[in-house]
Design a protein. Structure first.
Length: 229
């Protein structure tokens, strides 16, 4: 169960298919969320720590204790090329768990970004590195290394369930989680949604109104909407 396994590091992760991950990387969070059935979004308080932040990759999950970033160092060993580290906490904590030094370590292992339900610091350095981070807070307060958490167990981050190997996509609109077994299906649905929206975009550019394109006039009239000079 989530947030109950303490002191374990799972070294084998069933990651989503790399081709499906690459396909998902073409689409924005809003498109993927809608294409997946309007599910999978993390809470909107998880925001990019700097304007360049955008990522798509497979999850290495971390369960932290409040004010303690020990498990992030443990997680570094489990990172593979193309992974996103997703860090949750056993209870709310805004401390600065992560900064430039850990980002340097993660990048050397192939990490493409971090999502953390906690605080980060060194954000100017992270921006200069172009290392994407989505966090609950920016906070200069440091952490200790004293208590065990876990790595590669299911976690709840931003009110969303994340399992090791799921796909994480994050951009200026937020963070979405795609279950690893649905990655190819959701990528195809996202492509179809994009094509459909391009058709609508063409009509809007030509001056057509949503009132007509979506057949809104009848329902509005039935509800009593009237036009007056």
């Amino acid at each position: 169960m989530e947030h109950t396994e303490i002191g374990v590091v799972r070294t084998t992760v069933d990651r989503a298919d790399p081709e499906a991950v690459a396909e998902l990387s073409k689409y924005g969070v809003a498109t993927i969320h809608e294409a997946m059935g309007r599910v999978g979004l993390m809470r909107p308080y998880l925001r990019p720590a700097h304007p360049k932040a955008r990522m798509c990759g497979t999850a290495v999950t971390v369960l932290l204790q409040p004010g303690d970033n020990w498990m992030l160092h443990v997680a570094a060993e489990q990172i593979r090329e193309g992974d996103v580290v997703v860090a949750a906490c056993t209870t709310e904590s805004d401390d600065g768990f992560f900064g430039e030094l850990l980002a340097t370590s993660f990048r050397a292992r192939g990490c493409v970004g971090l999502v953390i339900d906690g605080g980060v610091r060194d954000v100017t350095d992270l921006e200069d590195m172009d290392f994407p981070v989505f966090s609950r807070a920016v906070n200069a307060k440091g952490t200790v290394k004293a208590t065990l958490g876990s790595v590669n167990v299911p976690v709840v981050c931003g009110n969303a369930l994340v399992r090791p190997g799921d796909v994480i996509v994050a951009d200026a609109d937020g963070v979405v989680v795609v279950p690893r077994e649905r990655a190819a299906e959701v990528a195809a649905a996202s492509a179809a949604r994009e094509a459909n929206e391009e058709g609508k975009r063409t009509q809007f550019r030509a001056g057509k109104l949503g009132l007509d394109m979506y057949g809104m006039r009848g329902p509005l009239a039935e509800l009593g909407l009237r036009y007056e000079d």
